[in-house]
Design a protein around this ligand. Structure first.
Ligand SMILES: *Cc1c(COP(=O)(O)O)cnc(C)c1O
Length: 233
């Protein structure tokens, strides 16, 4: 059983790495320009351990309590932890303690709390960009992003690295690319306008990773096509 899981994890990792590698090649990009993050929500800690042993180096989490439980239960510990879920302001302290990166910052107050509460190492932050500009969706509208970046960039003990986007699901490749292109362009514009050096774009999931890589993604958050379907909670 254990051996089968290790094989399963290696095979799944291999399949995704081939997709990533092909997409990077088509885009004329280098092999090491993208980090693969396993989006682990609802997956068993034992399965995550097998993926970690097979070579997965980063895990993304949507819920703080679930993440802490998984971290405690896992024996393979050489993992970089990424928080990719919605942030409640009363959870910023455990997020500082249990994560290396936060992808879903959407207001100044949250970043300020991280800056105050973070002890020791610097926390890497991404602002979640609402590229569809739908008021019901999480994230900051493109028109407000510049100002928020400038404010967060001033804070100590946090490092602003770029944007995360979760676009509306689209079947067509060209439609998938459009919001990712917008995120890339916004990053370039804000960097220029404020003299910042943001270098990270967290974009691309199971169904649109090729489009995201074509538009400059540096971090993929892959759940289903890596771990397999999520078990029902
Ligand atoms: C679940 C999730 C993913 C991964 O989605 P898949 O389609 O299963 O690859 C990526 N990002 C976020 C924020 C998620 O919640």
């Amino acid at each position: 059983m254990l051996m089968r899981n290790i094989d399963y994890a290696s095979n799944q990792l291999n399949k995704i790495r081939i997709r990533i590698s092909n997409a990077l090649q088509s885009a004329g990009r280098q092999e090491n320009e993208v980090t693969l993050i396993g989006a682990a929500k609802q997956q068993h800690a034992g399965l995550c351990d097998e993926f970690c042993r097979a070579g997965l180096t980063a895990i993304g989490e949507n819920f703080v309590q679930e993440a802490i439980a998984r971290q405690r239960a896992m024996s393979c510990t050489d993992i970089e932890w990424h928080y990719i879920g919605r942030i409640q302001s009363n959870k910023t302290k455990p997020i500082c303690r249990h994560f290396d990166w936060v992808h879903s910052v959407d207001r100044l107050k949250i970043a300020q709390r991280f800056a105050t509460q973070n002890e020791g190492r610097s926390l890497q932050l991404l602002i979640q960009l609402n590229v569809d500009d739908e008021p019901t969706k999480a994230g900051v509208g493109v028109s407000q992003a510049a100002q928020l970046c400038a404010q967060i960039a001033e804070l100590e003990r946090v490092q602003l690295r770029g944007f995360m986007v979760i676009p509306e699901a689209q079947a067509e490749y060209s439609a998938q690319r459009r919001p990712f292109a917008m995120a890339r362009e916004t990053l370039d514009q804000v960097n220029q306008r404020y003299g910042l050096e943001m270098d990270s774009l967290s974009m691309g999931m199971s169904s649109d990773l090729e489009a995201a890589i074509a538009e400059g993604s540096t971090m993929l958050r892959i759940g289903t096509d890596l771990f397999g379907p999520r078990p029902r909670a």
